[in-house]
Design a protein around this ligand. Structure first.
Ligand code: URA
Length: 489
């Protein structure tokens, strides 16, 4: 609408809701193609919006091209509570016509603001996933789970799919002051905001949850400051477990010592039994590994149990072979099994595996349809007291184990392989790759196999600062989302 009364050429653009990204995108496209400057546009949501509006029609055949990355990130940013976000995005879109690399100029004030706002939205999305607590109401067919949450930004629609995936078989509602999401096990609906008094405050399940929290509380990882940063006090009032925190923190020191005592020893207790089973006395030669004729991953895994291609078999409990279907959508390659994987005999089930699983879940990749393996199939460690400390495999060990990885790839015939970290990249590409510089890129091997490069999830575990850790996790999630796109490309 032209604001002729004020004598200004202001275009007022109504949006249908706080997160009306499609409406913003359509209007922004038409305005930019029609040459309407950012300072001549006002973006209005809800009741203040004019009923009728006519946007300019861009000249026939005109086209606007912006980086895909901008569109994706703008969709996140639109969830920010700041009413200025629509104008900021339009100004960036406008500028990008002449400055296509604008997103890379970290010192630009618009980019700095954009990045800070995006980070804040992502953090809020993460907090909602971590701190929503359902309480049961009703019995039998009336059973339903209700949660109250107070997000900082307009993230409920954006997060709803995550809760649908996590709690598909439950009927639930998440109530927030601006919007409520409801899932009836088949359909997702939204209603307007609610009052905290609409949410139940206690139930029988709460006691169970408290016991669970007490058990998952890891005193060895306790960093009170970081914990408060991660779980700001404003969330505590809605969390049943907050009542336990003081007592748990007070007992953390002695609990941590006790936990270290209980840690796996070197070697793992069933090391000797497992080894005796796969290497009966006298059968020592690597040439006895007859996997050349394996026609399935199952057969290959069987042969690998007695692998002695490098000396790592001596101290490890068992071979940790790849896991997944024979015809996976994608293959993920890590470095080597860790302490917990060595004991369980399965890849990525320990702390790095937990991050890996959660990120795959958020990127909507079903791990059961992927094949997950490691460049090196035995745990390499150094004993320190009773603990086994991860030790990086050397180039010779990687080279020896490549024999198995090549066979896994020959049998699974993937279109895409993801190298999680430098060791995987070395094994897959045969040379040292600077992962931090090359992450997010696809390298096509001479045999045509596409290798996507990213970090190893344990890198995230080692970052001490909570904010940095979260930022790195978000970057890893972005990488895995890119993998998802490549899987379907
Ligand atoms: N790190 C890896 O590289 N692989 C695993 O299986 C676990 C941790």
């Amino acid at each position: 609408m032209q604001n002729a009364l004020l004598g200004l050429s202001t275009h007022t653009v109504p949006l249908s809701g706080e997160t009306d990204f499609a409406g913003w995108r359509d209007a922004a496209r038409r305005l930019a193609l029609s040459g309407v400057r950012p300072e001549d546009v006002a973006w209005i949501v809800g009741s203040g919006a004019p009923e009728e509006v006519s946007l300019p029609n861009p000249p026939a055949g005109s086209q606007l091209t912006v980086p895909r990355e901008f569109v994706d990130r703008a969709e996140t940013l639109i969830c920010h509570f700041d009413p200025e976000r629509f104008a900021l995005l339009y100004r960036m879109l406008w500028r990008m016509r002449g400055e296509p690399a604008l997103l890379k100029i970290a010192s630009d004030p618009d980019i700095r603001r954009f990045e800070a706002m995006e980070k804040s939205v992502r953090r809020d999305i993460h907090k909602m996933r971590a701190f929503v607590r359902f309480r049961k109401i009703g019995e039998a067919e009336d059973e339903c789970y209700v949660a109250w949450f107070e997000p900082e930004h307009f993230i409920v629609e954006r997060n709803a799919a995550f809760f649908v995936r996590r709690f598909t078989g439950m009927r639930w509602s998440i109530l927030t002051p601006y919007l409520c999401a409801h899932w009836d096990t088949a359909e997702l609906t939204f209603t307007s905001g609610a009052d905290k008094r609409d949410a139940p405050t206690d139930d029988a399940a709460e006691e169970l949850w408290l016991t669970y929290y007490e058990n998952i509380f890891n005193p060895a990882r306790l960093k009170t400051k970081a914990m408060q940063k991660e779980m700001p006090k404003k969330y505590w009032r809605n969390l049943p477990e907050a009542s336990l925190i003081q007592a748990l923190v007070a007992g953390a020191d002695s609990a941590a010592k006790e936990m270290i005592e209980k840690m796996p020893t070197a070697p793992a207790p069933h090391h000797a039994t497992v080894q005796a089973k796969h290497w009966p006395a006298g059968s020592t030669s690597p040439s006895e590994i007859d996997s050349a004729h394996a026609t399935s991953i199952g057969e290959l895994r069987e042969s690998a149990k007695s692998c002695r291609l490098c000396p790592l078999w001596r101290d490890a409990t068992q071979t940790v072979f790849g896991e997944g279907p024979d015809n996976p959508q994608v293959v993920f390659v890590g470095e080597q099994p860790g302490d917990q994987e060595d004991i369980a005999g399965r890849p990525f089930v320990g702390p790095a595996g937990k991050i890996f699983d959660a990120v795959l879940d958020e990127a909507e990749i079903d791990r059961r349809k992927t094949y997950v393996t490691n460049a090196v199939k035995h745990f390499k460690f150094e004993p320190r007291g009773k603990r086994r400390i991860h030790s990086k495999p050397n180039a010779g060990e990687v080279q020896a184990c490549r024999w198995w990885l090549d066979k896994e790839l020959a049998l699974t015939k993937p279109d895409l392989v993801v190298a999680l970290g430098a060791t995987a990249a070395l094994s897959l590409l045969g040379k040292a790759i600077p992962i931090t510089r090359m992450r997010g890129q696809v390298v096509t091997r001479d045999d045509g196999l596409r290798i996507f490069l990213t970090i190893h999830p344990s890198f995230i575990l080692r970052i001490p600062d909570a904010n940095d850790k979260e930022a790195e996790r978000a970057r890893f999630l972005d990488d895995i989302r890119e993998v998802k796109k490549l899987m379907t490309a």
